[in-house]
Design a protein around this ligand. Structure first.
Ligand code: FAD
Length: 425
């Protein structure tokens, strides 16, 4: 077994995915006495809510990602393996990974979700997703590179293609990246590319009839008004059907020429082979009972974006794929595994909705906390505090705060480097 972990006498909990949920679960088990094995295909934990700021050259990737091995230093009986999990063999109580087989007593799947292109290969090939720190870096390089190409392009139509940015999807990610790029258009482009000032156009294309459909209508209207005020062209009721790398085509016959298409229009759960068919629900999410146990499996749990709990009357379609859901489910599963080991009954998951927020560039955001729905500067300041608190590491918190303060006063940050390996070029 190349994964090379001594089995020992302890109960072994294997956690697949060290994202928001997986990490919370691992930390919650630190006093359990279990052997905890964490497996992730990356060697870092990332903070997705700030990925759009990396994509728009507002933050460095290292500000929102933290090395996993550092996180478990000093935790006894913890093992980390950087490996891609391929499949599960329930009879053997084992997972197959890119570094070998790992056996478990309890398995928790927290593999999150990935971009859903709804089977359109051409869009998947040509558009840029914004799900990971690597996607964000690719996006930042792509947009900055196209600005450089626009600068030297003499054909007006071709130049405009480099300057048009089309964001597909009017959820929180679409609204946030649109707001951030609108600021780039206003403050960065005229300074760095004086010949291109006013030529950049940002389109936010949404198939539904309002932005932020998971939020209240008032928040949707506030977000749209603010984006339009910042110069974003909001297109509602437009469904993208194709993108060949040059022209974005809509179902209603409209087209936009663009070399920069950002796809934030849908997600599907990550998965592995060997899961029972009966457990696979909408968009690949694993159907679970109220204890997050995967349907038809024993001692296998799924949490966060990958899971879909059935039977909660308050959330008949399952819980939203949000950070708080992943974090709270992780804590409940940790408690339940300990309870089961002590011969106690497990307790069902009850989601405590702490609220939702989205930023719309600097000094503007929308927030919904319980009955309170508000926007503007107050919502934006609250957003800053909440997100700063959630970032891992004192150094990261410090640098993010410093970046935000610096950008707030002059927007002259110097992160606009196009950094690519030779192989990528
Ligand atoms: C751009 C963006 C912005 C967001 N903004 C917000 C926000 O403002 N507020 C909010 O509440 N939520 C937000 N979310 C959603 C939130 O980030 C997710 O709900 C949350 O991260 C889910 O946690 P998770 O543990 O289920 O999955 P993740 O945090 O996605 O972690 C999954 C982990 O599994 C690993 N993995 C995947 N496949 C494998 C494999 N085969 N083998 C090994 N490891 C694997 C991945 O590397 C990753 O580390 C945002 C998401 C994105 C992408």
């Amino acid at each position: 077994m190349r994964a090379n972990i001594r089995r020992g006498e302890r109960t072994r909990v294997v956690i697949v995915g060290c994202g928001l949920g997986g990490l919370k679960l691992a930390v919650s088990l630190r006093h359990s006495g279990f052997q905890v094995v964490v497996v992730d295909k990356n060697n870092y934990n990332q903070f997705p809510p700030l990925i759009y700021q990396v994509a728009s050259a507002g933050l460095e990737p290292s500000n929102i990602a933290f090395p996993i091995r550092r996180l478990f230093q000093g935790y006894p009986h913890y093992y980390f393996r950087m490996a891609e999990v391929k499949s599960i063999d329930e009879n053997e109580k084992a997972i197959q990974t890119s570094v070998g087989t790992i056996h478990y007593d309890y398995l928790v799947l927290g593999m999150g979700a990935t971009t859903n292109f709804f089977g359109n290969e051409q869009i998947a090939h040509n558009a840029i997703p914004m799900k990971t720190v690597s996607d964000a870096m690719a996006l930042r390089n792509h947009i900055l590179h196209n600005l450089e190409l626009a600068e030297t392009e003499t054909d007006a139509d071709k130049r405009q293609k480099f300057m048009n940015v089309v964001i597909v999807g009017g959820g929180p990610s679409g609204v946030e990246i649109a707001g951030a790029l609108a600021e780039m258009k206003k403050y960065v482009v005229p300074r760095d590319y004086p010949d291109l000032a006013d030529r950049m156009h940002i389109y936010l294309v949404n198939s539904g009839d309002r932005l932020l459909k998971a939020m209240d209508k008032k928040s949707s209207a506030t977000a749209e008004k603010e984006l339009v005020r910042k110069g974003v062209h909001v297109r509602k009721g437009w469904r993208v059907t194709d993108y060949d790398g040059r022209v974005v085509r809509m179902k209603n016959g409209e087209t936009i020429e663009s070399a920069n298409v950002i796809w934030v229009s849908g997600v599907k759960a990550n998965t592995i082979a060997g899961l029972p068919d009966e457990a696979v629900g909408h968009a690949g999410r694993l159907l679970c009972d109220r204890m997050n146990r995967v349907k038809g499996m024993t001692d296998v749990f799924a949490i966060g974006d990958q899971s879909l709990i059935e039977g909660d009357a308050a959330w008949p379609q399952g819980h939203p794929q949000l950070a708080q859901v992943a974090l709270q489910q992780a804590e409940n599963v940790a408690r339940n595994i300990v309870r089961k080991e002590h011969g106690q009954d497990m307790r069902p998951f009850v989601y405590k909705n702490l609220g939702t927020m989205a930023t719309i560039g600097r000094k503007a955001a929308v927030a919904e906390i319980g009955r309170w729905k508000f926007g503007g500067l107050t919502a934006w300041l609250l957003w800053l505090v909440v997100h700063l608190r959630s970032i891992l590491g004192v150094k990261n918190k410090f640098f993010v705060l410093l970046n935000w303060l610096w950008n707030y006063v002059n927007y002259k940050q110097s992160l606009r480097l196009i950094l690519r390996s030779n192989r990528e070029k």
